[in-house]
Design a protein around this ligand. Structure first.
Ligand SMILES: NC(=O)c1ccc[n+]([C@@H]2O[C@H](COP(=O)([O-])OP(=O)(O)OC[C@H]3O[C@@H](n4cnc5c(N)ncnc54)[C@H](O)[C@@H]3O)[C@@H](O)[C@H]2O)c1
Length: 261
């Protein structure tokens, strides 16, 4: 679909599961070389092997700067370049009243989502600036656009990711590096399935609150990532693109979707 992606080396954090996995499959299908950096080393390696011999799976906690730098060094030593970075690693927030929330989790969430995205982008940008070309795709969320009650750390981290997408997108625009973000709505992945199973998310309510009347699939997000990485998006930088079935556009005080409509 996008032949220009074929020679690219694409580094995907959190690529062992969910949205990152769909992105890995999507880029590999375009012929690109995919490196998965994930906390789950065995799953990262297994996914890379399933994609084919040219791909690589690496262990990485994106919240640890030394591990982030080690991953980027490994990619450069093995492939000589990094063309696309997808910052997709993430965890769910604690869903309980704020006064009962745990500071360890609050800090860990910010370390993974916000600081991890920042450190990985910074480490890759060193090489992208030398290349005179590069593409960063961050994963924000509808939570970073409209805010989700209880999910303080998550909503704040995702809003901050959208903001550094703007600042870095402008800083590096003339240097050939584009930085964009996607704000997924409710997408069915192991992360959201776990929240549904724990009774913290009601799928029926989400479907009624979404103008398109359904949860998205990981492929919806991967398709938007492929587009943003492609030359079709060459004049797009610094934006956060909602891919949410209309969720953040709905403002009326009623359900957004009715079976009969
Ligand atoms: N699924 C949704 O509905 C949805 C909506 C909006 C945003 N998001 C965001 O999309 C991203 C992916 O979510 P998902 O639903 O695919 O979840 P997922 O749990 O299926 O996948 C997340 C992956 O990130 C990895 N990971 C977690 N912590 C890490 C760390 N410290 N270092 C490296 N890897 C780590 C996990 O091992 C896992 O493979 C997250 O940033 C999430 O916040 C998801």
């Amino acid at each position: 679909m996008y032949p220009e992606l074929k020679p690219y080396v694409v580094l995907i954090t959190g690529g062992a599961s969910g949205l990152g996995l769909a992105a890995a499959q999507g880029f590999a299908k375009e012929g690109a070389t995919v490196v998965i950096a994930d906390l789950q080393e065995a799953a990262a390696t297994r996914v890379a092997q399933q994609l084919g011999a040219q791909h690589l799976g690496l262990a990485c906690d994106v919240a640890q700067e030394a591990q982030v730098n080690h991953v980027v060094d490994t990619v450069i030593k093995k492939y000589g370049r990094v063309d696309v970075l997808i910052n997709c690693a993430g965890i769910a927030d604690q869903v309980k009243p704020t006064v009962e929330q745990d500071m360890v989790h609050f800090r860990r969430l910010l370390d993974i989502h916000l600081t991890g995205t920042y450190m990985m982008t910074k480490a890759c940008a060193v090489h992208m600036l030398k290349q005179g070309k590069g593409n960063v795709i961050n994963v924000s969320s509808i939570a970073g656009v409209i805010g989700l009650t209880y999910r303080n750390a998550y909503s704040a981290a995702k809003a901050a990711i959208s903001m550094i997408t703007r600042t870095l997108g402008c800083e590096w625009a003339a240097a050939g590096i584009r930085v964009n973000a996607i704000a997924p709505g409710y997408i069915l992945t192991p992360l959201t399935q776990a929240i549904i199973d724990e009774g913290k998310l009601d799928k029926g309510i989400v479907e009624r609150r979404t103008p398109m009347g359904r949860m998205g699939t990981p492929r919806h997000i991967a398709d938007a990532m492929l587009f943003l990485a492609s030359d079709q998006a060459e004049f797009i930088t610094g934006v956060t693109l909602p891919v949410d079935g209309g969720y953040t556009s709905w403002g009326a005080p009623s359900d957004a979707y009715h079976e009969s409509t």
